[in-house]
Structure formats: structure tokens, C-alpha cells
Ligand binder design. Structure first.
Ligand code: TGC
Ligand code: FAD
Length: 389
């Protein structure tokens, strides 16, 4: 019999509008043409042509695609999620570039910036001419960003920033860093242009995950900024945490792209591979694995779409995003690891995408709120008791 694609099992495509399908298909075709052929090489080298990639992604219209105005496409949240899914089907690092650019750096400026800040940065960021990064995490403050030490002090009308940010995606290639710092009036956001004296962004090497993504430290030593470098609209920790909601939403869809790519690879491999004189796909144990994985992929997709529809209706809550991020990343990494078993020894190489995806998903499980953090967010919603501290 002719095999059915795992997502076709639940006829998920029928739940998308024509426009959503068209955007998804365009991103998929471009990703397969321009990104997929190179990604294993980038991962192996631990280097990406970030500037060229940003322009390619800008040309495709996916940078800040769900934002309105300033050169952004203003698509639905679901369309943005589907684009994340197609990019992450190639590599989580490429989706990371897009998430950080569009949902964190651009969103922070779009939501909290002055008109001048928006005009200066957003159109070029949408086009991929400028790259942005988002510095919240510090060496000693990850899950608990309220413990940040980076500070900004007034000196006349200027601000002087000191501190260190850690694990910052796009950091060393960014033209502008959105840096969150403690001030006398609580946490505030600052736009730090690359090249500002006292600011440096050394790249973090020797990663075993997200090797096709730039990760850096941000070092701020008496970085002097004019008064208008501050984002006027963000006050307190709710400023950066509100931005995280946007990127976490993209990951709810994105992680499923990595899982789908693994499952497609494993099904095709199992059909071609002969073991004990029969196709690997013909054994019950293999079919059980494939059935369980496609059930999780389908459920994750329905969850993502439901959250996307809520977001487009303006009703999505942070707790609901936590449900999606927790479930879909947890299931995606389980799928990637199970698919690796189906590929046997071939599964450990970069000839196939599965272990690359599994390793990437280790980062995805940790960044944008670890699984534990999202469990605690859900636990708080269920009980009214916070168990973070
Ligand atoms: P808590 O006291 O609960 O809240 C402080 C203030 O923030 C508000 N808030 C939110 N606002 C909007 N959206 C959310 N999701 C929010 N969560 C909380 C809250 O209402 C309060 O506002 P106000 O006005 O009353 O002050 O904060 P807490 O200190 O107890 O911490 C809560 C916790 C642990 C959930 C939170 O801090 C957290 O989410 N921790 C995880 C940190 C995290 O996710 N970091 C991600 C860094 S960026 C990144 O990883 C990019 S990787 C992307 C890529 O490469 O793709
Ligand atoms: P910790 O907070 O030290 O946590 C360690 C462990 O303790 C985890 O298992 C955690 O779940 C657990 N834990 C924490 N609190 C509790 C608790 N209350 N109860 C029980 N268990 C708990 N950050 C940015 O700001 N910008 C970026 O662009 C960015 N990009 C990243 C890219 C990569 C590749 C990676 C790996 C990380 C990136 N991060 C970025 C940082 C990321 O957001 C943090 O790593 C994450 O928030 C977790 O912080 P941590 O690593 O300090 O772990």
C-alpha cells in the first residue's frame, strides 16, 4: 500500500487557510533549496554565513513577519508558526536566528521602542540588513532573570552600562543588542549598537548543540549610551518576559519541524533498510515506534494550531504558551532520539539529520524557559501557588 505522511494521518492541512498553506509552501521550498543543502556543513564547521543568511531570510519575508508596519509582512501568528516549523525542519539554529531577530529583538523595539527607534532599526532588520540580538540571560541568572546584575546608571542625561550577558544568540554578529539592565527604576531595556566603546561580544565555541547558530557573550564595560537608547515602553521584568512569549510561541511550531524531519527520515530509512531479510519497516516493533511518534507529532500539531488560533484572536495566555513549549519540545526531542535508534549506526552521522536535530533540541529544551520552568508556570496556574522560589 502507498504510505501516508504522518501529518496527513490527521488531515491537519485541512485546518489551514489557503494563504497559510501558500506561505508554508514558499518557506519550505526556499528552505529546501537554499538552506538544507548547506546545513550539515555549517553544523560540522560550527559556523554560519550569518550576514548572507539574514539577507536570504529577509528576502523571504520571515524576519518579523508577524509584526505590522516598518517593512514587516504582518501575517497571522499561525503563518509565522508554520514558517518557524519549516525553518526548524532544516535546523533549529536557523529558526533561532529568525526567532531572535523577529520575536525578540525586533519585537522589543516594535512593542516598546520610540518612533525614532522603530524607524531607525526595524525596516533594515526586516530586510536582514541589520541583525539583532536579545540579552537577558547572565552567567548567574538564567531561569531567574530577576537576579540579573547588569546595571545601568544615570550620568547626566547619559546611561552607563556594566555587566555580562551569556548565551546570546546572534550576539557576535549583531548590529544592535537589546540589553536588559537593572536601574534605580527597575529593569529597563537598552539598544546598544555594535561598536559602542566598552561593548564586546566574544563568540562561544565548542558547542555540541546549535552549531549552525551564533552564540556569544555580551560584555559591557562602562558602555555610555545617550538617553534615547532606552526603550521607553518597557518597565520591569514584564518587558523582557512579554517578548519571550513571542519567541516561545514560534518554538511551539518550530520544534515540530525538527520532529517531522526526523520522522520522515526514519520512515524512509526503515522502508529501504533490510534486516533479517525483510524491510525494517515491516517489523511490529518498528511500526510501534513509528505509530507512537506520528501520534505525538499529530497531537503536537493540533496543539500548536489551537494556540495559534488563540493568538490570532488575541486570547493566548503565557500559561497556554508554556503548555505548548513544554509538550512540543519534550515530544520533539523524544521523537528525534527514537528516530536515531531506527537509523542504527547511520543515525550518528551528519549524513542524516536526526542526531543533529536531537542535539539541537537539547538547547531548545533549555532556552526560552526550561521544561522545569514551564512545568512550574503550569503548576502555578493550576494551584495558585508559585514554586519557583
Ligand atoms: P514574576 O514575579 O512571576 O513576574 C515578574 C513580572 O513579569 C510578569 N510576567 C510576564 N509578563 C509577560 N509574559 C510572561 N510570560 C510573564 N511572566 C511573568 C509578571 O506579571 C510580573 O509583572 P509585574 O508587572 O507584576 O512586575 O517573575 P519571577 O521572577 O518569579 O520569574 C518567573 C519565571 C521563572 C516564570 C520567569 O522569570 C521565567 O520565565 N524564567 C525563564 C527565563 C527565560 O525564559 N529566559 C529566556 C532568555 S531568552 C532566550 O532564551 C532566547 S533563545 C532563543 C533562540 O535562540 O531561539
Ligand atoms: P539555570 O537557570 O541555572 O537552570 C539549571 C537547571 O535548574 C535547569 O534544569 C532548570 O530547569 C533548573 N531550575 C531552575 N530553577 C528551578 C526551580 N525553581 N526549581 C527546579 N529546577 C529549577 N538567553 C538570552 O537571553 N538570549 C538568547 O539569545 C539566548 N540564546 C541561547 C542560545 C543557546 C544555544 C542556549 C543554550 C541558551 C540561550 N539563552 C539565551 C539562555 C537560556 O535562556 C538559558 O540557558 C535558560 O533560561 C536557562 O538558564 P541557565 O542555563 O542559566 O540554567
Amino acid at each position: 500500500a502507498h504510505p501516508t505522511h504522518p501529518l496527513a494521518l490527521l488531515a491537519v492541512d485541512g485546518l489551514l487557510s489557503d494563504e497559510e498553506r501558500a506561505i508554508r509552501d514558499t518557506v519550505r521550498a526556499a528552505a529546501d533549496r537554499e538552506l538544507r543543502p548547506h546545513v550539515a556543513g555549517w553544523f560540522e564547521a560550527g559556523e554560519i554565513p550569518a550576514r548572507e543568511l539574514a539577507r536570504t531570510l529577509g528576502g523571504l519575508g520571515v524576519l518579523g513577519m508577524h509584526l505590522e508596519g516598518y517593512g514587516c509582512a504582518g501575517t497571522s501568528a499561525v503563518a509565522y508558526g508554520l514558517a518557524c516549523m519549516e525553518l526548524e525542519a532544516v535546523d533549529s539554529g536557523l529558526r533561532s536566528l529568525v526567532s531572535v531577530q523577529g520575536s525578540l529583538a525586533m519585537y522589543a523595539i516594535w512593542k516598546h521602542g520610540s518612533e525614532e527607534q522603530k524607524q531607525r532599526w526595524l525596516p533594515k532588520m526586516a530586510a536582514g540588513e541589520y541583525i539583532g540580538c536579545f540579552g537577558l540571560t547572565e552567567p548567574d541568572a538564567g531561569s531567574d532573570p530577576g537576579a540579573m546584575r547588569t546595571n545601568a546608571k544615570r550620568d547626566g542625561s547619559d546611561w552607563v552600562l556594566n555587566g555580562t550577558k551569556m548565551w546570546i544568540t546572534n550576539g557576535s554578529v549583531a548590529d544592535v543588542a537589546v540589553v536588559w539592565a537593572r536601574t534605580e527604576e527597575g529593569v529597563r531595556g537598552f539598544l546598544v549598537p555594535a561598536g559602542t566603546p566598552g561593548f564586546s561580544a566574544p563568540e562561544i565555541k565548542m558547542k555540541l548543540s546549535l552549531r549552525a547558530s551564533v552564540t556569544a557573550e555580551l560584555v559591557l564595560e562602562d558602555v555610555r549610551l545617550p538617553a534615547d537608547a532606552m526603550l521607553p515602553g518597557a518597565r520591569g521584568l514584564s518587558g523582557p518576559l512579554g517578548c519571550l512569549n513571542e519567541a516561545r510561541f514560534g518554538i511551539v511550531f518550530g520544534a515540530l519541524g525538527a520532529a517531522r524531519d526526523c520522522l520522515e527520515t526514519a520512515i524512509s530509512y526503515a522502508r529501504d533498510r533490510t534486516v533479517f531479510a525483510r524491510p525494517l519497516a515491516s517489523y511490529q516493533l518498528t511500526q510501534q515506534k513509528l505509530a507512537d511518534m506520528s501520534v505525538e507529532l499529530g497531537k503536537g500539531m493540533l496543539l500548536a494550531l489551537h494556540l495559534g488560533r488563540l493568538k490570532d484572536a488575541g486570547e493566548l495566555t503565557p500559561e497556554q504558551i508554556s503548555v505548548g513549549k513544554l509538550n512540543n519540545v519534550r515530544e520533539a526531542i523524544a521523537v528525534a532520539r527514537e528516530c536515531r535508534t531506527i537509523l542504527g549506526a547511520n543515525g550518528i552521522t551528519l549524513e542524516y539529520p536526526v542526531l543533529r536535530h536531537a542535539n539541537n533540541l537539547e538547547s531548545v529544551l533549555t532556552y526560552e524557559g526550561t521544561s522545569e520552568v514551564h512545568s512550574l508556570v503550569i503548576g502555578k496556574a493550576l494551584t495558585g501557588e508559585q514554586a519557583f522560589r
